[in-house]
Design a binder for this molecule. Sequence first.
Ligand SMILES: *Cc1c(COP(=O)(O)O)cnc(C)c1O
Length: 422
Amino acid sequence: MSGEAADAGGTGPAVRRLADWSAADLRELADEYGTPLYVTDLDRVRENATRLRAAFDHEDVRYAVKAHTGRAVLRAVREADLGAECASAGEVVRALDAGFAGEDVQYTAVNPPAGDLDVVLDRWRDGADLTVVAGARDTLHRLRDRGFDGRLAIRVDPGVGAGHHEKVTTGGHAKFGVPYARAADVVADARADFDLVGLHAHAGSGISGDDLAAHRELVARMGDLAREVGDLEFVDVGGGFGVPYRETEPPLDLSAVADATREALGDVDADLAVEPGRYVVADAGVLLTRVNTVKPVDDAGADGTVPVVAGVDAGMTTLLRPAMYDAYHAIRNLTDTRPERPVTVAGPVCETADLFCEGRSLPTPRRDDVLAIGNAGAYGYEMASTYNSRPRPAEVVLEGEGARLARQRETLSALTDLEVEP
Ligand SMILES: *Cc1c(COP(=O)(O)O)cnc(C)c1O
């Protein structure tokens, strides 16, 4: 496969594994830009977005911006004709600034701080015809008090959740949305003050083949509610499309998910909308990190199979998912293929949770080896912090044959920029 015809609007393979990346190219990037380094392939972002567009060809697809808010990524997603689902005023501003049209931007306000409402409604007054999704009657009052009478959707707690970890299961939690039993009343009230255009629910992340039953249940309940309240532009059933973090896991069958979603919704006189985040960017990104220190766990068994701890220059402040969710990420040694042994890959942060894997069978690491951590494109850079006074990493984006710096490495001096001298 080569040439423009194959690439134009190409959907690419259903999954890109860590093994599919060129080790030589990634090593070169690590040498040129330093580590830790996020590498994001915009062409792969486009393929993922295009594959979603193709599977949901008659539906609205809104990219959940929080998975990766880099400007180059937002532009690639917009060019692939997806909308933007935003979780904060900051995301709304970034989406608009990246070129999303106001009518393609949705702001899902979860317990929105006053400052967020003010900023979003300023943009609305300036002409961005965005949609606000409210998950509480109280939020409606706050919107009305601020003079908002634009496009509004009601977030519903459907009472069912899906997800790979309890911390990412949001459906079924009282924090999110109005209770299902009261949703029709809230919709009726909202119609008096706003342009009520939709219903919204999001069940949490990690829809896999196994979890499709919970997804169907959520969508079916939303279909019932939509038929009850009538006169809607859209029913948004959220994101949570899983990606195979483990090398042996199969990719999601997107057309099966799309079929199941349509079927579960049933006959509704409104557009179906989905809002995947992770699916768009996860396998488009890797994190590169360099080995600083190697030590055997137990000197007694020094027979070549003794487990070792490889200390690397990325940690939980660079990629939080393993520490926060016990998430599995594939790890590959880009420098060499030495015999395997149990390897614990540990970051430089003074926290026991600061591990990327424990006792995983990997090629024996040596100091200065470069390791690649897979599926780091979603919730990677976004969740980076400066805990332990660790500056945030740099990010390089790939496009066609080229690579360019997208985010500079944070400097040590930037860590104290906000401090005020007494
Ligand atoms: C996080 C989030 C999403 C996206 O979830 P993914 O698992 O990344 O697909 C979609 N909708 C809402 C409201 C979210 O909070």
